[in-house]
Design a protein around this ligand. Sequence first.
Ligand SMILES: [Fe+2]
Length: 181
Amino acid sequence: MAKKRRKIDSSISDYIYNIDLSYDLAKVFEEVKDTPTAPYFPQNPYKDSWFKNTKTWLHGRIENIGPEVQNIVDQIKELTESKDVVPKLVRQLAGSLLPLHTDLRKVTARYNLCAVNIQLTTEVAPVEFEEIGVVEPYRCALLNIIKRHGVPMITEERIYIKNSIYDIPYDVALSNYLKNK
Ligand SMILES: [Fe+2]
């Protein structure tokens, strides 16, 4: 039985908001598809966590930024007024799920406060927030990743660019976006 999915509208704008950027999805995919990825925590600092060396959940920082990815980063910076946007390639393999978690982990010297995700596959997957349930699939959205969220079981591989924002929280990024778009 299909679960009811929340529409991405103003009633859940504390969690997720669809962002309108202009880019060529095929070009973006070409630029990033060979980015090396690896389990997010090869040695997980959180003992007994699902995230310990998880082979179905792979991240890779996009080191060689091509023109179409740069174009996306520039638009996100301009619209949200963030000065610290880092694009990463993320892959969630077919037949896996992503349990509820927050991204608020101090892995380096700074916190990832929010992110603009752009899904690159033809079929896009939905995200789930603990407090509101599963939302409709999105292509490009600003996500409040300090709220607990996850991804239900997927049958097709999910590939997306996560543009991590480190200098402003979700609510500031969203209000700037609404002002500047
Ligand atoms: Fe996350």
